[in-house]
Each structure stands twice: as C-alpha cells, then as structure tokens.
Design a protein around this ligand. Structure first.
Ligand code: FPP
Length: 254
C-alpha cells in the first residue's frame, strides 16, 4: 500500500519506458506488440499524473539512437505515435493538457510531425499539465545544440566567453523549459540513464523498477512517488540534522 502526500508531489516526472520488447518476446510475439501494449500504459499513466496534479510529465518515447533499430520496428513505433496523437487529441484538449515534443523533431516522418504540431498548437495555452514527448531525443545532442548556439553568439560578438553561464545554457534547453525533473523513473530493470535529460537529471531523484513498461500500473507509479517522498533532497548541501556546526575544540587540537 503506497500512501501519497498530495502536498509533496514531484511536480515534474520523467519516465524511461523500457521493457516493451522483452514483454513481447516473453509472449513469443513481435516487439511491436510490446510497444502497442506500452502505448496503453502511456494512456493510463498520463491520466494518473493529470489527476494527481503533476505539472510536467516527460516520456522518453523515441531516442535519437532508436533510429538504428530495424526499419519495421521504427515504422511501427511511428505509427503508434501518430495513433496516440490522433486518438488522444480530444481527451488531451478536454483535460487542458499542453502537449509538446522535445528532440530532433525534424527527423520525424511528416505524418507524425504534422499530428504533433497540430496538437501542440491546439494545446499551447493549456495550463493543466505539460506532456512532453521526447522524440528523436538525445540528452548529449540537446546540450551540444545549446553549446553551438552560444558559440555562434560568441563568434558574432553578441556574447563574451564569460557570458557562457549555466543559466544561459539552461535557457537554451527545451527539456528545461519548465524546470528539471524532480523524479525520474525507469522501468524494465536496467540501471542506467541512457542519454535522457542529462542536464536536468543533475539533482533528480532516480527510481528504478523491474516492472516491464506494458505491465506498469498506476499503483507502481504511486510506489515511485511514495519512495520519492521518503527521500531527503539536499542538492549538494547538508540537512539540518547533519550539520556539524563550528569545529569542536576537542577535535581541533587546540
Ligand atoms: C523501450 O523499450 C521503449 C521504446 C524504445 C519505445 C517506447 C514507446 C512506447 C511506449 C509506445 C509509443 C509511445 C507513445 C507516447 C504513444 P525496448 O523496446 O527497448 O524494450 P526492451 O529493453 O525490452 O527491448
């Protein structure tokens, strides 16, 4: 039983939805069957986050590296994405969800990009929850893009090298528009970050679940949130109870 305090929610949650392929393989089915089952999980987790009052949910739906998968898997994933954007459109709009894509969206096939742009445009002023779909996304690639923009500004004389600050770089990262994730969840049992939200992850709380994404239920989300709520976030500082205060004389040697 996981009791969640609504006053201490992780406002920004990011999820690496891993384990679709293995879920299908365990059933002797093609991998795309697992991705389809995973898209049903997307629907229930989006609804649950909206109900809870999460401000931003970022889903790692397709990485820049995923383009290297077999063509039929890539095509199948693109079809599922388009289906999601078309079928969920009314519910997203009714629930005042703002949908956006982050990543190298130019690489998406025109039919997916168009559905994404239409829904992003229709929902751009919504204040309910931001649903950020990381598509053709890579954390390193995102940081390199921002660094290149700053380098160009320096080369053009608009900035000096000393103007290259953490704040300026952060402002150029689409994934950081609403702030860094408070809680990052990865399903599927692997214990790695896999190029997801590298900059924002600096002080995120990480939660790894063995559950394969198609089997991930709202109760598992609550479990992750309850774990987050038991943690103490220190951001590199010390908690009050850990503060040593002035060095006692008996230890200073004087
Ligand atoms: C990783 O699992 C998952 C993906 C690369 C794709 C995630 C896509 C979906 C959940 C469905 C479509 C998305 C939306 C937003 C509707 P994997 O294939 O690497 O799993 P494995 O590690 O078991 O092989």
């Amino acid at each position: 039983m996981n009791t969640i305090e609504l006053t201490n929610l992780p406002l920004r949650i990011a999820i690496t939805m891993d384990g679709n392929g293995r879920w299908a393989e365990l059933r002797g089915k093609p991998r795309i069957v697992g991705h389809r089952a995973g898209s049903h999980t997307v629907r229930r987790i989006v609804r649950a986050c909206r109900r809870l009052g999460v401000q931003e949910l970022t889903l790692y739906a397709f990485s820049e590296q995923n383009w290297g998968r077999p063509i039929n898997e890539v095509d199948g994933l693109m079809t599922l994405l388009e289906e999601f954007l078309v079928q969920e459109r009314d519910e997203i709009l009714q629930n005042r969800i703002r949908l956006r894509g982050i990543g190298n969206l130019e690489r998406l096939p025109p039919h997916v990009r168009e559905s994404l742009e239409l829904l992003a445009e229709a929902s751009r002023d919504h204040q309910g929850m931001t649903l950020s779909l990381a598509l053709s996304y890579g954390g390193r690639e995102e940081i390199v893009d921002a660094a290149r923009t700053l380098a160009r500004q320096v080369a053009a004389g608009e900035l000096t090298p000393d103007d290259v600050t953490e704040e300026r770089l952060t402002a150029l990262l689409p994934s950081m528009r609403h702030g860094a994730p408070d809680l990052m969840i990865r399903t599927g049992g692997e214990l790695r970050v896999s190029n997801f939200l590298l900059w924002g992850a600096a002080y995120s709380e990480l939660f790894f679940s063995d559950i394969l994404w198609p089997d991930f239920q709202v109760e598992h989300l609550y479990q992750a949130i309850a774990a987050y709520q038991r943690r103490q976030r220190r951001f590199g500082l010390v908690s009050n109870s850990n503060t040593l205060g002035p060095c006692p004389t008996s230890l200073s040697g004087s």
